[in-house]
Write a protein that binds this ligand. Structure first.
Ligand code: AMP
Length: 114
């Protein structure tokens, strides 16, 4: 088994609450939700962070954003508002080195974040 947690989830080796799966993209609920809607959107292919993904496969980076928008609709937060966040590097809080977008919504979200 891969030692990348999100590669293992994408492969189905580790269970997750998956709400979207296609050939390229997976979305599943965060195990430690920070908002009523907290979904992680990832490429199935391993890329460490958003910049690496965009450099290697810009079309796939665009697909992730399109899927995130569709999920926001599906989860009922497109109208009320939602946030897409991708942390890069440990200093920014990235704990899993497989690019993921946090889709957060369903409550008021302050700006700037803490
Ligand atoms: P980050 O800290 O930005 O790298 O985000 C990693 C996210 O993955 C955190 O919000 C964790 O709660 C979440 N997470 C870790 N393990 C799992 C898992 N097995 N299933 C779902 N989400 C997870």
């Amino acid at each position: 088994m891969t030692d990348c947690l999100f590669c293992a989830i994408a492969a189905g080796d580790i269970p997750a609450d998956v709400i979207h799966r296609d050939d390229d993209v997976l979305a599943f609920r965060d195990i430690s939700p920070q908002a009523p809607v907290h979904v992680l959107v990832i490429p199935r292919a391993h890329h460490a962070n958003a910049a690496d993904l965009a450099a290697a496969d810009p079309a796939l980076a665009g697909r992730l954003l399109a899927v995130a928008g569709a999920i926001a609709d599906q989860e009922g937060v497109a109208e009320s508002g939602y946030r897409l966040v991708t942390n890069t590097g440990s200093g920014a809080g990235q704990s899993v080195d497989h690019v993921h977008f946090h889709l957060l919504g369903g409550r008021g979200l302050s700006w700037p974040p803490g």
